[in-house]
Structure formats: C-alpha cells, structure tokens
Design a protein around this ligand. Sequence first.
Ligand code: AP5
Length: 212
Amino acid sequence: MPVHMVVIGPPGAGKGTQAMMLADILGIAHVSTGELFRKNISDGSELGMQVETILSSGRLVSDELTISLVRDRLQHTSCQRGAVLDGFPRTPEQAEALDDILDKDGNRVDLVPYIRVRDETIIDRLTSRRVDVNTGNIYHVRYNPPPLGVEVEQRADDIPETVQTRIAEYYKNTAPLIEYYTSKGVLQEFDGEQTVEAVSEQLLAAVEEKVA
Ligand code: AP5
C-alpha cells in the first residue's frame, strides 16, 4: 500500500531536510513544490517564467498552477510507492485538492509531521542556509556546514525582507492546515528546535508506529 506523508511547518522549520531523509529511508518519492518551481526557473520553462517574481517576493503561487503541478508529479512512476510531500499543501484549497487526487487511486494522507519552530529560529536558519547546486542537499553554515569541495549557493528568497513575507504568508494561509489535519487524526507535532538528528529520530519512530 503506498504511503503519503505531508510535512508541514513554517519556512526554515527543516521540512526539506527531514523530508529528504524520510523519502530516502522509506524508498519513496520526495515531492517539494518549492524545488519543482526552482527547477522550472533555472530551466527557463514557461512555468518558471510565470512564477519567478512570485518566488523572489515570498508570496504564494496560485492554487490552480500549484495543484496542477502536483497532480502531474504524483502520476510519475517514481510516486507509485508513495511520496513525502514538502511545501504542499499550503492552503486549505490545496489540502482538499490533495485529498481528491489521492482518493481517486484509493490512497490518503497517512501522516502529517508538523515541525514547530520559533520565528527567531526561522530568520537564522534561512539566512545561513546553503544548497548544493548539483544534488539539492541542504546545509547550514554553522549547524551543518557543506563538505569541502561541494559547490553551494544561497536561495534567492533567503534574504531578510523576503523571509518576513514568507513567515506572514505561512501564518495567513498555511497555519490553518494544522487544524485541518488534526481533525482528521493524522497530525503529529515535533519540536523543530532540537538538532536535525533528534528530530529525525522522533520522526522515524512516529512513521514506524503509524505507517510502516
Ligand atoms: P519552499 O521551497 O517550500 O520554502 P519554505 O516552505 O519557505 O521552506 P524552506 O524550504 O525555506 O524551509 P524548510 O522548512 O524546508 O527548511 P530546510 O530543511 O531547508 O517554497 C519556496 C516558495 O515556493 C514559496 O515561498 C512560494 O512562493 C512557492 N511555493 C512552494 N510551494 C508552494 C505551494 N504549495 N503553493 C504556493 N506557492 C508555493 O532547513 C532550513 C535551514 O535550517 C537549513 O540551512 C538547514 O540545514 C537548517 N536546519 C534544518 N533543521 C535544523 C535543525 N533541527 N537544527 C539546526 N538547523 C536546521
């Protein structure tokens, strides 16, 4: 039976870091809408041109575009065993659309790890984040520095003003999903202020108990 998880939390909570780890260990796909948009931007595709200014402003791409992107992505053979969704859904409309997409194949959202961090932590994490240009691996200049020889870059939206907009968008549009998934009995909260390793360990224990 395919497994579908939705990792939610504010920008910089560690969603990407933990989602990549979970997908790797479970042997399922990692679907990050932020990454899909950034890939389209670097490829210069039509979609990339449509969303570039939206991403660099920190606002959200429209539900219509985002839902259609995820619907296509979930049809890839790489998603046959399931997926860890990271950055999607981000609005109540997207959450309902995801339920419909999964329901058509007899699937559902099995677990929603919610990674909670304070606003002060977000600013520090994002302004010091670096990303491997080749693999997408995520680093932090102090907590998890990139190995020597690895070529990294800073994300265009990791500047303080844009980070503030992203935090505001999160509280306005995405935080309501905590209630949405709590009422469905699938949300589990994690303290994202702990080390990456401590969060990973607790997440894996929850996955084993709920879905493995
Ligand atoms: P997206 O790429 O999804 O960005 P985000 O949600 O703002 O989240 P981030 O990727 O910034 O953070 P993260 O929680 O993954 O943290 P990470 O693991 O990297 O979206 C970007 C944009 O795309 C949006 O603003 C929007 O415009 C658009 N978009 C995307 N999805 C959309 C949607 N569904 N609808 C509409 N628009 C959409 O970690 C951060 C840093 O902290 C790293 O340096 C990491 O090494 C470090 N770190 C992680 N965990 C720890 C820890 N426990 N201790 C210390 N350091 C840690």
